[in-house]
Design a protein around this ligand. Structure first.
Ligand code: MLT
Length: 386
């Protein structure tokens, strides 16, 4: 049997690898603390689960869903965008598309836009699916440089002209997974202008929009003037509403891009279970205090871990957003060496910065989706290895 060549070019999927290592250790009876994947440990809020319980009993929901998402779901997404960001000009029929989690939207945009040999600009430190989607379509990724000294803002303007000429898409993600960096409005405006100048689709991954601290509230790129001419923005209910397992999100923005992605999806999936869409409507249009409560939990954990890591001599800055802390590895280690050491000697899983791209060397990502006492224990175990 011969599989497609692109499969040979795909690196092992980061979180599947992490799960494998965790399960191997646990099978040996070892108590592993995973600060790897960002998967909220507290349950989906009660009113959302109740909405699902009601929706699942409706026979009409047992039939095929609408491909693009139910009209009610798409209207709710547009209304959420209005309430949350003041973006009030989204047409739910042509500018909103339901996604089975934003991950599939990212990967499928490559099918919608990339021909073999084309290029995409992807963050030099970013979610692996941006470049993984390119591999699956036999297209290429140009890693935009990202450096600590400029706040990990991807330097799209450094893309060589010969690559830019063959590029169709540019992916950005702020608040950033994994660096937790946020982007100022001027940067977003510059990215929009750049996408217009070079005829790129700007794919703005806003999966972490709801997790902000100390008064920080992430913007939507669609708030910025002219954004809809070149941008598609991807939202997820996973992190903001603790719904990772439900697989629900949406794309919004440029109607041509929304239509192209919808056409790919019409041929690949049959939409998300309508009952899940009804629960997501309850999440977006119901009480929002659950979002603040989750941010409070992550802020407390952020402070715990930042203080504890600084106390053991690792340099860490407190992030303004996301469920991650991006920490420098101690001198003398590469990201991979330190990650391995912590796994082997402390039985703690963290993600190596280099797993997110070439500019991640020297860093690790720590997820805040583990209870406080386990986070503190993990730091103590790490300390013991140093
Ligand atoms: C992460 O840990 O980066 C995310 O939880 C993975 C995902 O959203 O698929």
């Amino acid at each position: 049997m011969k599989t497609a060549a692109c499969l040979d070019n795909l690196p092992p999927y980061l979180f599947a690898e992490i799960d494998r290592k965790r399960d191997e250790k646990r099978a040996q009876g070892i108590d592993v603390i995973s600060l790897g994947i960002g998967d909220p440990d507290t349950p989906t809020p009660r009113h959302i689960v109740d909405a699902m319980a009601e929706a699942i009993r409706k026979p009409i929901n047992h039939r095929y869903p609408d491909y693009a998402g139910s009209p009610a779901y798409r209207r709710a997404c547009a209304e959420w965008m209005r309430r949350r960001f003041g973006v009030d000009d989204l047409d739910p029929d042509t500018e909103v598309l339901a996604l089975i989690g934003s991950k599939e939207g990212i990967a499928h945009l490559h099918l919608a836009f990339s021909n073999p040999g084309d290029w995409s600009l992807v963050p030099g430190i970013g979610y692996p699916v941006y470049s993984g989607g390119a591999v699956l379509t036999n297209s290429n990724s140009w890693y935009m440089p990202m450096h600590e000294e400029d706040g990990f803002l991807a330097r799209f303007w450094e893309c060589p002209p010969e690559i830019l000429a063959k590029s169709k898409m540019m992916f950005l993600c702020y608040p950033s997974n994994p660096t937790a960096a946020t982007a100022p409005e001027e940067y977003l405006d510059r990215a929009i202008a750049f996408a217009k100048e070079h005829d790129l689709l700007l794919v703005y991954d806003n999966a972490y929009s709801e997790i902000g601290f100390d008064g920080y509230q992430a913007p939507s790129i669609l708030e910025r003037p002219g954004a809809k001419e070149v941008c598609i923005e991807l939202f997820s209910l996973s992190k903001g509403y603790n719904m990772t397992g439900w697989r629900i999100g949406f794309a919004a923005g440029n109607p041509q891009a929304v239509k192209a992605l919808g056409t790919i999806k019409n041929n690949l999936d049959s939409g998300q279970f309508t009952a899940i869409q009804e629960a997501a409507i309850a999440a977006m249009l119901g009480p929002q205090d659950c979002v603040q409560q989750m941010c409070d939990i992550y802020r407390r954990r952020r402070d715990l871990i930042v203080d504890a890591l600084n106390a053991i001599g690792m340099q860490v800055e407190a992030p303004k957003a996301t469920i991650y802390v991006w920490a420098k590895v101690p001198d003398g280690y590469t990201s991979a060496q330190f990650t391995e050491k912590v796994l082997e000697e402390a039985n703690v899983i963290v993600a190596a910065g280099t797993a997110y791209g070439p500019y991640g060397e020297g860093f690790i990502r720590i997820s805040l989706t583990t209870p406080d006492d386990r986070i503190l224990e993990a730091v103590q175990r790490i300390k013991a290895t140093l």
